[in-house]
Design a protein around this ligand. Structure first.
Ligand SMILES: Cc1cc2nc3c(=O)[nH]c(=O)nc-3n(C[C@H](O)[C@H](O)[C@H](O)COP(=O)(O)O)c2cc1C
Length: 241
């Protein structure tokens, strides 16, 4: 559902399954040669490791473990909500794949650094922050939750300050992909200033269309020129206080 400040979704991770997706990935790779980070999820660490292995075999350059989906029972969040469980999950996947491994973290914890540390200790190469935030909207006329699932994942501009804070807290632990509410070059610059080494864009594609990538890239390039900085020099610069 679209809201003035983002999206509330309860998609439930719809996908054609890893076998069909691997076929699609191979086909896509034969047409366009761009780096691909494939997201792997599942109900148990063994299942996630199996999916990750299939995706790596199909040509993914890196795997991102979805350890943080807030609205799918037994997939995602339960496997990655405590440092202990996350460590076991990441170690299982690490043993199954050789390609770089990222771990997507939930913001719904009082200590995201502890989750980040556990993921890195288990062999992750980097972290993605953040996934959506568990949320709810109630229709006051119908007097019931708008989503039949009751809860959904909130994304988009509403969660950007949470994502920036999470990136800031995690950046000392490893490479971080800053994701959450990025819609403009300013938002992307904010992520980089917080310490992100790359920026992820989700909801803005839905709200603004695919042109958002070029707009952000062009704006960021102009900003860097004006400031006389390289992108490397920008990364983490907002942490010097
Ligand atoms: C419709 C929708 C579907 C999503 N599906 C997934 C998913 O399958 N796996 C995952 O790790 N994150 C998923 N996400 C979370 C996004 O990748 C991202 O972490 C989050 O939405 C914050 O970034 P954004 O505000 O740029 O969308 C989904 C988000 C949306 C809005």
């Amino acid at each position: 559902m679209e809201l003035p400040f983002g999206l509330l979704n309860a998609m439930g991770l719809p996908n054609p399954g890893v076998k069909e997706f691997s076929r699609e990935l191979k086909e896509a790779r034969s047409i366009i040669d761009v780096p691909v980070i494939a997201s792997a999820g599942g109900g148990t660490p063994e299942e996630v490791a199996y999916v990750a292995g299939m995706l790596a075999d199909a040509g993914a350059d890196a795997i991102e473990i979805n350890a943080s989906c807030p609205h799918v029972k037994a997939h995602g969040l339960e496997l990655g909500s405590t440092p202990e469980d996350l460590f076991l999950l990441v170690r299982e996947v690490r043993n199954a794949v050789k390609v770089p491994l990222f771990v997507k973290l939930t913001p719904m914890t009082n200590n995201i650094s502890a989750l980040g540390e556990a993921a890195m200790k288990a062999g992750a190469n980097g972290l993605t922050a953040i996934n959506t935030v568990k949320a709810m909207i109630i229709d006051v006329e119908a007097m019931s939750p708008i989503l039949s699932n009751k809860f959904g994942g909130l994304s988009g501009p509403a969660i950007r300050p949470i994502a920036v804070r999470a990136v800031y807290e995690l950046a000392g632990l490893g490479d971080v992909i800053g994701t959450g509410g990025v819609e403009s070059w300013r938002d992307a610059a904010e992520m980089l200033l917080a310490g992100a080494k790359a920026v992820g864009i989700g909801t803005a594609i839905y709200r603004r269309g695919l042109s958002v990538f070029k707009e952000i890239l062009d704006g960021l390039t102009r900003y860097l020129e004006e400031k006389g900085l390289t992108v490397k020099e920008l990364i983490g610069r907002g942490r010097n206080c």
